[in-house]
Write a protein that binds this ligand. Structure first.
Ligand code: SAM
Length: 254
């Protein structure tokens, strides 16, 4: 297995290696972490084969340490997911980079993120010049991410508290959809809200233990082409819609 993301901080501490979970900006003030960030990009990202220079450039700039809670700040650039409260995690830097690279984000692209968490993935997308719409089901996380992103000057990010299973119909269609929580199936509303030619990256798996990081490309005719890229481990996609569909699937399978 190349990597697993979103896995628990405790399993990291226990030694599980290789876990795989704009406007005017004020991102550099008081930055004692510039060296750690540069090393993260060189070793964890470029060193593992991330080639998209726009992704590497964005991750050289976004202050990950300002989007994580104080008690884990000194680990902000570690090769690991980290706890961010409410039982949730910020994904491992490599997985953020890989998902962003697979999505082929261009300047001005309209991007939907499901699972705002800390706001870090959204900040990376905004740093690349995307117009970002991000939904988080845990309201306090959504509020905190929104405030932190605004504090860093990422004005092209809109955060909403709610169930991302349903997407953001008022702002659709999207060039890119990134789902940063593990789903048992691909939500139909998200497929519907993807533009022809658009790309979706989503962890999909039947168990909470492991998912496949799936790339879905919608053709001009609306057909879906899918490829599983890597085994990963994300916290689950929750919410009534995701859970109701799972129960219906379980009942059919019995
Ligand atoms: N992208 C985040 C970041 O950069 O910090 C990390 C995301 S974390 C691995 C997954 C997030 O998805 C959690 O914050 C969780 O609360 C959220 N989530 C789970 N189910 C969701 C749903 N149905 N709609 C929106 N957010 C959801």
């Amino acid at each position: 297995m190349i990597g697993v993301v979103g896995g628990s901080w405790f399993s990291f501490v226990g030694g599980l290696l290789m876990m795989a979970s704009c406007g005017t900006r004020d991102v550099s003030s008081g930055d004692d972490f510039a060296g750690a960030r540069a090393a993260m990009v060189a070793e964890q990202l470029a060193g593992r084969g991330v080639r998209d220079e726009s992704v590497l450039a964005a991750m050289r700039v976004v202050p990950r340490h300002r989007l994580v809670p104080d008690d884990v700040r000194s680990y902000a650039y570690a090769d690991s997911p980290l706890p961010i409260g409410w039982g949730q995690t910020i994904s491992q830097p490599y997985i953020v980079a890989l998902m962003t690279e697979l999505a082929r984000v261009t300047k001005g692209a309209r991007v939907l993120e499901v699972g705002t968490g800390s706001g870090y993935q959204a900040a990376v997308l905004a740093e690349m010049g995307a117009r970002v719409f991000s939904i988080e089901i845990v309201e306090p996380l959504a509020l905190r991410a929104q405030a932190d992103l605004a504090g860093l000057g990422y004005s092209h990010v809109s955060v909403r508290a709610g169930d991302g299973y349903l997407g953001w119909p008022e702002e659709a269609p999207f060039d890119v959809i990134l789902v940063t929580a593990g789903a048992t199936h691909v939500p139909q509303p998200l497929l519907d809200q993807l533009k022809p030619g658009g790309r979706m990256v989503i962890p999909v798996g039947e168990t909470a233990e492991v998912q496949a990081l799936r790339l879905i490309v919608k053709s001009a005719e609306g057909d879906m082409e899918e490829r599983d890229v890597l085994p990963v481990r994300f916290v689950p996609l929750t919410g009534e819609r995701a859970e109701r569909k799972n129960e219906a699937q379980d009942a059919t399978e019995k």
